[in-house]
Design a protein. Sequence first.
Length: 225
Amino acid sequence: MKLTMLGTGLDDIHEIFITHKHTDHLLGIVWVVRVVCQQMMKGKYDGILNVYGHDEVLNLLRDMAGKLLWEKEFAFIGDRILLHEVTDGQCAEIIGHKTTFFDVCSKKAKQFGFSMEIRENEKLVCCGDEPLHDTVMNYAENAKWLLHEAFCLYSERDIHKPYEKHHSTVKDACELAETLGVQNLILYHTEDDTIADRKNLYTREGKAYYHGNLFVPDDLEKIDL
Ligand SMILES: [Zn+2]
């Protein structure tokens, strides 16, 4: 199994999960859906595209697609592009793996994460884009892989002000992963000012607090799970 931060051809993407309605998480999906519709019309996309999300995000996606896509494109929605509404605690089988969706208890906008069993007793957990809430810690305990946001370095918290935006620093995310017994931590959803040296800077700070494998992926980077 591979986890891809972009870089894969859209024809290879058949499962999409949308966490919440913020523009940096939702608007790109409209474009992806449009390109998949076009590929379907050209006979260049095989099978189905499944999109998972809670009621709020799927209603917005359906509404935007209805207003923005051509009629011929929109006709694929409900036919070969299936929108699956999920509720807190609901399970689904995705690419052969049991996946449980959960409400991350966001203060910003209704937001879900998920836990996927990638192998027996090995789970991949996505926490969305804010610090994992106390009430859902159980989903991430002893995770094989944890995807957690880290908006900036702890040493730069006064510059980027992560706490005002309900975000974590590298140190915070790493301390949490250490406490939860996570084996592999993937940090994402970061500020862009340090992008040129982000991998080194974030890894250096994180390693002081976390002893598992720490990943700070660049765009297009692939990770073997
Ligand atoms: Zn975000």
